[in-house]
Design a protein around this ligand. Structure first.
Ligand SMILES: [Zn+2]
Length: 363
């Protein structure tokens, strides 16, 4: 017996226990003296021992799967019931484990254990499933959802594993829509003075989500009291299975940093939805008439309906277009780095003479 006996050392002497005798001994303080499998610590690399106790059958199955994957072994269950489980290794290998239920408890105890593998390490371990991968990388993806980004494009199983892990983290999208009302109520409870509006459409006995608008009171006050007189509007497509458009209103704080203070989710980006979104912002910011909006500057990307909605609601405010967006159209007909630089310089010019000088220097 010169082979490595780290796994289940005592099995050299005792390796089979009768099914009817529980291999549990109590010490003076009435605690089990036999090794207990601690899923939190031991699950990463399970090491089995004779007499070891598992909380339940599911924990034991998971431990077997992880042992197979960690050690590159093809394993299978020859007995698989909630009370009795037995796993063996393929290809006539000697490795074997048998657990059965302790009397009057849910605990499963290792009653038979042959720890030595006489097989070779397998190249393909069938127990690596997408579910196993999803469980393994769940915590890592929770901290960094973009992890595994481009590298998994061609690997279908990894993509499924990532999608499974993300659904475990984020939850079911449909269920989240049902929680929207409670979420808004929780926001209102914790931030009194906030505005949360949900609109639904009633179809017979079913409700269909239409739009939601959220502006937290602390953000609103922060904008009114501490930000520049500037509001940028933008919309982007949501990539979830229910699609929709996210509308956002962003200010600029004293450090010239972006300050998002209101957002909404709508079905489509139209004149009507922009008008609804902006009129709610106007109300939240206390812009009661077009006179007190004249010191504000609004910026947009020429989105569908937005320009018209802004012009109708606040005709006296200053309206500007995002240069980055203008440049995207500009470069279709006027290519080149020099023209790009010139456009930015022209946009940064604060006096007419500066602008004229830029054009002259180009000509
Ligand atoms: Zn084996």
């Amino acid at each position: 017996m010169e082979r490595d006996m780290k796994v289940g050392d005592i099995s050299q002497y005792v390796d089979v226990l009768t099914d009817n005798v529980d291999f549990l001994n109590m010490n003076d303080e009435n605690e089990y003296t036999h090794p207990e499998f601690n899923a939190k610590v031991d699950m990463e690399n399970p090491i089995f021992k004779l007499g070891m106790c598992f909380s339940n059958a599911e924990e034991f199955r998971k431990a077997i799967r992880n042992h197979a994957i960690k050690n590159g072994r093809k394993m299978r269950f020859v007995k698989n019931t909630p009370n009795k489980l037995s796993a063996v290794c393929y290809d006539g290998c000697d490795w074997l484990i048998y657990v059965s239920k302790v009397q009057r408890e849910h605990t499963l105890q290792v009653k038979t254990f042959k720890p030595i593998h006489t097989c070779n390490r397998a190249l393909h371990v069938p127990k690596i499933s997408t579910k196993w991968l999803a469980n393994k990388y769940c915590d890592r993806l929770r901290n960094n959802p973009t992890w595994l980004g481009a590298s998994i494009k061609k690997q279908w199983s990894l993509r499924i594993a990532k999608a499974t892990a993300m659904s475990m983290i984020i939850g079911n999208e449909e269920e989240q829509f049902w929680m929207l009302r409670s979420y808004c109520q929780a926001l209102l409870d914790a931030n009194s003075g906030s505005t949360c509006i949900i609109k639904i459409e009633q179809y017979q006995d079913q409700c269909k989500f239409k739009v939601v608008y959220i502006c937290l009171d602390a953000l609103r006050r922060g904008f009114v009291e501490g930000c520049r007189q500037f509001v940028g509007f933008d919309g982007c497509h949501l990539s979830s299975s229910y699609k929709g458009i996210l509308l956002a209103a962003v200010g600029i704080d004293g450090n010239n940093q972006m300050y998002p203070f209101a957002r909404a989710v709508v079905e489509q980006e139209t004149y009507k939805t922009w008008l609804w979104f902006i009129s709610l912002i106007v109300e939240d910011l206390g812009i009661t008439n077009s006179e007190n909006s004249k010191y504000l500057t609004f910026l947009c990307d020429k989105q569908k309906g937005l320009v018209q909605a802004l012009a109708n609601l606040m005709p006296k405010a200053k309206h500007r277009f995002c240069l980055r967006h203008l440049y995207e159209n500009f470069k279709l007909h006027h290519k080149g780095v020099e023209l790009k630089k010139l456009l930015w310089k022209a946009a940064m010019a604060t006096r007419v003479c500066d602008l004229t000088w830029q054009w002259k220097s180009y000509n």
